[in-house]
Write a protein that binds this ligand. Structure first.
Ligand SMILES: NC(=O)c1ccc[n+]([C@@H]2O[C@H](COP(=O)([O-])OP(=O)(O)OC[C@H]3O[C@@H](n4cnc5c(N)ncnc54)[C@H](OP(=O)(O)O)[C@@H]3O)[C@@H](O)[C@H]2O)c1
Length: 289
């Protein structure tokens, strides 16, 4: 039995699709009945919370492998730690942990929180595989598409920094394999895409596939901070996002290493394929004017 946590989230949902498609016996964990009701046919759904040990122990009954993921927030250290502790108590054999690029050596922001969980997991006897993905292609929909639709532009202080974006469906394929086989136990994989792109490159690709004139506008980091604060984003999140951006502007987000392709046994999903699929998400009044 495989337990997929975070089944309502961006990457967890993709892992669920992948595991369900493989025919493995599985259970998907949600935080509310409302979300659990969205579980696909053939999936056993359970409602539990990382902060509620009793619910976790019920979710973990009979489970051999756990896909562990939580929202990007400082509390993930404690919350995923709770899940690891409960997994030990429940006799789980394997955990596949969703970490992040930078967890190896970046002592700030999201990667540093993930690193603490990695270290916690390594301190157990549970077999584990750690996935450290680069930035998700799905971020283009979450973070760039709204302002492209409204204003024909997206903003940042990335300069010419490069990102090797990965599609969460590829992360999910790797996770599903690691969940059902001992082949990946003890391994840590950094997952990068096929191309290292600047934000200007991304704007050009979006423009090409959506048939619009999307621009990337580079702004000072302080102006970006103010814009995010003005939108009502919590200060910890603004700081974490800016610190993560520094990881990329420091030149560490553009690795091209073939690791993901090797794990998949096929080329990863390209930004071109992704944009062909989601081109409509970038079209809006200003963008198409
Ligand atoms: N975005 C990127 O480019 C990127 C790159 C590398 C690594 N990552 C890492 O990938 C991870 C997942 O990202 P994502 O975009 O998939 O996040 P997400 O969409 O926010 O999904 C997180 C999942 O965790 C669940 N969750 C949150 N708090 C929980 C709790 N107390 N108990 C049980 N479940 C809880 C959420 O449930 P609800 O839906 O109920 O809130 C949701 O299903 C993050 O840790 C992030 O740092 C992201």
């Amino acid at each position: 039995m495989i337990l997929i946590t975070g089944a309502s989230g961006t990457v967890g949902r993709a892992v669920l699709v992948e595991v369900a498609g493989s025919g493995e016996t599985h259970r998907a964990m949600y935080r509310s009945q409302e979300e659990a009701a969205k579980a696909p046919a053939g999936t056993e759904a359970v409602v539990a919370d990382f902060s509620d040990r009793e619910s976790l122990m019920l979710a973990l009954r009979g489970v051999e492998s756990v896909y562990l993921v939580c929202s990007p927030m400082p509390e993930l250290v404690q919350l995923e730690g709770n899940a690891i502790e409960a997994s030990e108590a429940a006799g789980v054999r394997r955990i596949v942990l969703n970490s992040a690029l930078g967890a190896e050596d970046y002592g700030k922001s999201f990667p540093s929180w993930h690193r603490r969980v990695e270290d916690r997991l390594k301190g157990t006897k549970i077999a584990h595989c750690i996935l450290r993905p680069n930035s998700f292609l799905q971020n283009l929909l979450t973070y760039y598409a709204p302002s492209i639709r409204a204003q024909g532009a997206f903003y940042g202080a990335m300069g010419n920094a490069r990102t090797s974006f990965v599609d969460v469906r590829d992360i999910a394929a790797v996770a599903a394999n690691a969940l059902r086989s001992s082949q990946h136990d003890g391994k840590t994989y950094e997952l990068n895409g096929l191309e290292a792109l600047t934000c200007a490159d991304v704007a050009e690709r979006i423009s090409r596939y959506a048939g619009i004139a999307a621009r990337y506008v580079d702004i000072p980091a302080e102006a970006q901070r103010k814009a995010m604060m003005d939108q009502g984003m919590p200060e910890w999140q603004v700081t974490a996002l800016l610190e993560l951006q520094e990881y990329y502007t420091g030149g560490r987000g553009g690795a091209l290493d073939g690791m993901l392709q090797g794990l998949l046994g096929r080329p990863p999903i390209t930004i071109d394929r992704f944009l062909k699929e989601f081109a409509g998400e970038f079209r809006g009044h200003a963008a198409s004017a």
